[in-house]
Design a protein around this ligand. Structure first.
Ligand code: KG4
Ligand code: ZN
Length: 340
């Protein structure tokens, strides 16, 4: 089954064609990131206008790259939440129109479920092994920070989530404090390579609380702000040390929670990392070290870490395998929670 995925929940306009939920035939992405950089974050109205301009050319590109015509597509999957409402409306309206014109099944898909399925994707001739349930997934991006127990396909239990900022958001805010631009993750991790992780003793917020798997990053962000204020003049080496100490604290918090969850769920076979922050090298290394004995996966390509449509087509395929409906109800839901 070939599914054309559409993702437009934030600033990426992404279209992909995926076969049987895993094999990526094309993964086209246009991003309006550059238009938002001067504002230090995504401006919803600009993102929506850019989606309108670019979405149909990206659909065309994805079909061409996959060497497919509409006759080769069996269904259309679209992100219908969570996300920015104006951005979601462009993707869902486009998906609905295409589904109507070309008489395709339309599968509305949850964005976080998409990130979870990003670890199932591949594009090479070599087929990676099929993940084995139960899987513990840490989804960490700019908008989301969840620890999810995946018991089977689309059988999710959220063990923990953030009470304030998501990890990626913390990277972005700290980058703003250090005047490093947006998005913060890539530049902070680059600066951290030249820094000392022990230069600043930042808090590992909430990690000592054993009654919850929730996260909190706003105290850590404030600690960085105070450290910068205390320094007065900030040198390049200070920036690298702040970046390294901050990144280490984020990784300790995320990995600490994963370990605590594994203690409570010893039957977990695999640990997966997903979302934009899964591109972070230090986090990958630390997590792999800590979960010894279990299979560790992160998205096989960088483009599967950040927002993309292949993950949406992948999640939709397994959703449809499970439900097999002739028609799915499309609801645009900016606050759609995965499960509770
Ligand atoms: O998944 P994504 O593209 O969008 C959301 O759904 O939010 O994630 C974007 C986030 C940004 O906050 C960005 O700073 C972060 O992922 N990010 C990273 C790295 N690359 C991207 N964070 C830490 N280290 C990285 N290498
Ligand atoms: Zn995302």
């Amino acid at each position: 089954m070939r599914i054309l995925g559409i993702e437009s929940s934030c600033d990426e306009t992404a279209i992909a064609v995926v076969e049987n939920g895993r094999k990526v035939l094309s993964n086209a992405i246009a991003s309006s990131l550059a238009r938002h950089q001067q504002f230090g974050g995504v401006v919803p109205e600009i993102a929506a206008r850019e989606h309108v301009k670019i979405i149909l050319p990206v659909v065309k590109k994805a079909l061409e790259q996959a060497d497919c015509g509409w006759q080769d597509i069996d269904a259309i999957a679209v992100t219908s939440g969570p996300g920015l409402v104006s951005s979601l409306l462009v993707g869902t309206t486009t998906a609905q129109s295409l589904a109507e014109v070309f008489q395709k099944l339309l599968i509305p898909t949850n964005h976080i479920a998409g990130h979870i399925y990003s670890n199932w994707l591949y594009s090479t001739d070599e087929v990676p092994s099929e993940p084995e349930f139960p899987v513990l997934v840490l989804t960490v991006s700019g908008g989301h920070n969840e620890l999810v127990l995946v018991k089977n396909h689309h059988d999710f239990e959220i063990l923990g989530e953030t009470l304030d900022d998501a990890a990626g958001e913390a990277f972005d805010k700290v980058a703003r404090i250090l005047d490093l631009g947006f998005p913060g993750g890539p530049i902070i991790s680059q600066k951290a390579e030249q820094g000392n992780v022990q230069a600043f003793d930042f808090p590992r917020s909430m990690l000592n609380r054993k009654d919850t798997f929730d996260f909190s990053f706003s105290g850590l962000k404030t600690a960085v702000l105070y450290a910068v204020q205390d320094l007065g003049t900030v040198t390049e080496q200070n920036i690298c040390d702040l970046a390294a100490s901050f990144q280490e604290a984020v990784c300790d918090i995320l990995c600490g929670r994963v370990l605590q969850a594994l203690e409570q769920h010893p039957d977990v076979k695999e640990v997966h990392l997903a979302g934009g922050v899964s591109a972070n090298k230090r986090l990958r290394i630390m997590l792999q070290e800590k979960i010894q004995g279990r299979i560790f996966r992160h998205p096989l390509e960088f483009s599967y870490c950040t927002d993309n449509a292949a993950m949406i087509a992948g999640a939709a395929y397994f959703y449809h395998q499970k439900h097999q409906l002739k028609k799915y109800e499309l609801q645009v839901n900016p606050g759609w929670e995965l499960a509770k």
